[in-house]
Design a protein around this ligand. Structure first.
Ligand code: HEM
Length: 521
């Protein structure tokens, strides 16, 4: 009897397993084959939507990025090179793994997006890769009055005027850090700039009196299961890299539920580390007594919940450090690759009394920075040529809409393509060259561009995003980049590894895998 019952129930389980397997195959086939095919077909009928002629299931549009990386080029080199083709279109179908998106390519698409945002197109709340670090903060939430107020506070405290009061503090961090770099000699410059940017921003946002706490050690679990004790600066760098890797982990694109729920490693371990990192930041905030910090100024706002402020500050330090460090590395790299630009910047700095041994608190004030026209052009050209964020956050259509005469159903995921705008030949003369003077209306190159009928339309300058949710840290970010680049170029000498310098396809935007070694003296 028992054996018979067991066999019957065993048979039932087997039948159940077969049914689950068949269902999974059908769903998998629908997800991996049918959905992308239908998505491509839906949009390929519009002449202004670019749909690649060939398509490999699962890999989708990642193939070009993989080709770039395997030939030692930055993964978005193909987008720069395809810009002439892309700019004949307004939108592009982009399929990454199982994720179906429409990229907004043209200036017209960006302009129409701005008009439709945020009522009809808004942020898509998708906690993928580094966005998991931003959980609870404004950057991942849809637009509401509350979110707009939280953005407004940041802009008011770190706008150009309010933010400039932190210049002496930033200079003191620069001084400390450059001394350290000089003793190290050869350094992995991206990691150095990331930790430096984190350090500087954390002092401004959380309070300058928390410097000592940043040296406290916390347990970090590596991918292989080993545990290391790391200072918060080291922790930040590691956690950032781990979450960036999640972004390109095939499971994130193919089985999002596993990565969303952090069911297996590396997602599980990353969450464990993230909780420890978050706790450490909260401890620092609890001990900060600096009344000038952004935390001190925000925590008295009645309409701003303390937990939300903490999440926002943690996100600002992350978003800010990521973006400015990438811009600084790009600028310093391209200055060495194009020695005429380096010489021109050195001369401008020298002419303004900014050189080794100068009293930087006197020569690098906000007014003096404003006079440095060429420095400003270098920052802008580095942002154009090698943007820290080659593409933006994900957005979605909140209802059926029409963009550039193309009907787009509710729920379609969209993203902004910043690179196509930067390499558009109608906006930039000789776009594949690094020419800071293109941003200086008094320069010969600018005049030549105008004579050739080439001038950037506002929507092609999109390195900070566009519309209601554009970057609220833009003025402060630019101020930091200008100040730090001026300080580094004038107070230290550096050489870039020759292999990297001779590579014509290197880049340092987020997600890239170049490791820039610089020798500092
Ligand atoms: C060179 C420096 C920077 C660049 C290139 C940059 C670029 C960007 C871009 C492209 C976006 C996405 C915009 C969109 O979706 O339309 C963004 C969003 C954001 N950035 Fe920046 N950023 C920089 C510096 C900073 C700094 C220093 C901070 C803060 C201290 C900051 C805070 C933010 C925040 C909070 C968002 C999300 C805004 C929202 O969702 O409403 N950024 N940034």
């Amino acid at each position: 009897m028992v054996i018979a019952a067991f066999m019957i129930s065993g048979y039932g389980i087997l039948k159940g397993l077969i049914a689950v397997l068949v269902l999974s195959i059908i769903l998998g086939f629908y997800d991996i084959v049918m959905k992308p095919t239908l998505f491509r077909r839906r949009f390929s009928k519009y002449p202004n939507v670019y749909v690649r002629p060939t398509f490999t299931f699962l890999v989708g549009d990642f193939d070009k990025a993989i080709e770039d990386e395997t030939s030692n080029r930055i993964y978005y080199q193909h987008i720069k090179e395809e810009a002439a083709l892309r700019n004949k279109y307004d939108l592009k179908v982009d399929i990454e793994g199982k994720v179906l998106t429409l990229s907004l390519i043209s200036d017209r698409a960006m302009r129409e997006y701005v008009a439709l945002s945020p009522n009809k197109i808004d942020k898509f709340r998708w906690l993928k890769g580094p966005m998991k670090i931003e959980i609870g903060s404004i950057s991942v939430e849809g637009t509401s009055t509350e979110i707009l107020n939280r953005r407004k506070y940041l802009s008011s405290l770190l706008g150009l005027n309010a933010g400039s009061k932190y210049i002496p503090q930033m200079l003191s961090c620069c001084e400390e850090y450059v001394q350290k770099l000089k003793t190290k000699g050869k350094v992995q410059f991206m990691d150095e700039m990331l930790t430096f940017a984190f350090y500087t921003l954390a002092c401004i946002l959380f309070g300058s009196d928390i410097k000592l706490l940043m040296g406290k050690k916390h347990s970090f679990k590596n991918e292989d299961g080993t545990i290391e004790e790391l200072t918060l600066l080291e922790y930040f760098c590691k956690i950032e890299q781990a979450f960036m890797k999640e972004f390109t982990n095939p499971i994130t694109g193919l089985l999002p539920i596993i990565s969303d729920l952090n069911l297996i490693d590396p997602f599980k371990t990353n969450q464990r580390n993230f909780q420890i990192y978050r706790k450490a930041l909260n401890e620092m905030l609890a001990q900060s007594k600096d009344n000038e910090s952004i935390w001190a100024q925000l925590k008295n706002k009645d309409d701003y919940d303390q937990d939300k402020i903490r999440c926002d500050l943690q996100m600002y330090v992350f978003a800010g450090a990521e973006s400015i460090s990438h811009n600084i590395v790009s600028a310093l790299y391209f200055l060495k690759k194009f020695p005429d630009s380096y010489a021109k910047l050195k001369k401008e700095l020298n002419d303004h009394g900014i050189h080794k041994g100068a009293d930087f608190n006197k020569v690098l004030t906000i007014d003096k920075l404003d006079e440095l026209e060429y420095l400003s052009c270098v920052v802008k050209e580095a942002l154009r040529f090698d943007p820290p964020f080659p593409q933006g956050y994900f957005y979605t259509a909140k209802e059926d809409i029409t963009l550039c005469d193309v009907p787009i159903p509710k729920g379609t995921i969209m993203k902004h393509d910043y690179l196509s705008g930067s390499f558009n030949e109608k906006s930039y003369l000789r776009p594949m060259e690094f020419i800071p003077d293109r941003f200086n209306p008094e320069s010969e190159f600018y005049q030549e561009s105008v004579k050739s009928g080439v001038s950037p339309e506002p929507y092609s300058k999109r390195f900070f995003g566009m519309g209601t949710r554009r970057c609220p840290g833009q003025s402060f970010g630019v101020l930091q980049c200008k100040l730090i680049i001026a300080y580094l170029v004038s107070s230290m000498d550096y050489e870039v590894d020759s292999d990297l310098l001779s590579n014509d396809y290197a880049g340092f935007g987020l997600g890239g895998n170049f490791t820039p070694y610089f020798t500092i003296t």
